[in-house]
Design a protein around this ligand. Sequence first.
Ligand SMILES: *Cc1c(COP(=O)(O)O)cnc(C)c1O
Length: 356
Amino acid sequence: MSLTLHVDGARWRAHLDAVATANPGLTPVVKGNGYGLTLPRLARRAGWLRDQGHDLDTIAVGTYSELETVASRFDGDLLVLTPWRPFGPELELDEHLERRVVHTVGRLEDLVDLLDRHPAARVVLERRTSMLRHGFDADGLRAAGRLLRGRRTASVAGVAFHLPLDQGSHLAEVLRLMDDVVAADLPTRTLWISHLSADELATLRRTYADYVVRPRVGTALWLGDRGALRVTSTVLDVHPLRRGQVYGYRGRTAPRAGHLLVVSGGTAHGIGLTAPAGESRLRARAAVLARGGLDAAGLARSPFTVDGRQRLFAEPPHMQASMLLLPAGARVPEVGDELDVRVRYTTTSFDRVLVD
Ligand SMILES: *Cc1c(COP(=O)(O)O)cnc(C)c1O
């Protein structure tokens, strides 16, 4: 009766193991909706990877609010990716958690403030990249270096770069940023980095052989083998539909005869009016024009597949269910049948995650 994520357990674990083997110092990113797999499951799975003998002592969460969920399920260090600020939940950490947390810091005033509050804080200094999200510029990083030379109780766990998603090579940018890191003369030789290819990581490690490079990986780890994952929705009801018949919250009339399907999965699960992009927009638009018919009635394509095709929403998705139009001629599923669904994992909350 639910929107379900099915995981081929053996295949998924083999993939995780392979990624960890290929990435010494891997820092699994465990944030948000847990990439659809939930935070508790990912935190426990990171511990399992470490127990397999991988060099894995830290996981990264996105925000301070996520710490509590993962802290009881993974007993290593907890890097917070969102930079520390002098407000919000970071000021309410309890002492036992404070000792396990590695703070990301991206502004000099925050470094001063954090070390005033916790002189022995563990910090990663973020160097701003072309993403322009967070972090020190080159001068800021040098100033941080000077400050830290006078604050020896602080523990500097590394420098971090957060790079844009793979648009060509990042290596030139990384090597430029490394010049700033070296110039800042920081008391660390650890580099935390995201979104580098295997080749780029290898080159970086060769070029800066005195640095430990620690890749932070979320998507390519947890969702890297899509063949291990399958999403299904359950058919909850099937109604024959006459042309012109009225249905739904909005009293629409059926543009032609067929069937109305009520299936599990709605806005509360993150099912939106637009299906995840798969075709290019132009091609999709051309196909809509060519198909005419139901599309022309202003109906949107759903992510639910029936009889091999993604079907149209009969109306915008409801909170936990969706209504689909199935034109006459298509094979009609039965109540209880499962339909394949295309979702974006990072924005979907599943009712169940079944690992087999
Ligand atoms: C989310 C995040 C990552 C992981 O990104 P993926 O694309 O899921 O691998 C790495 N670093 C930072 C700073 C992030 O916020």
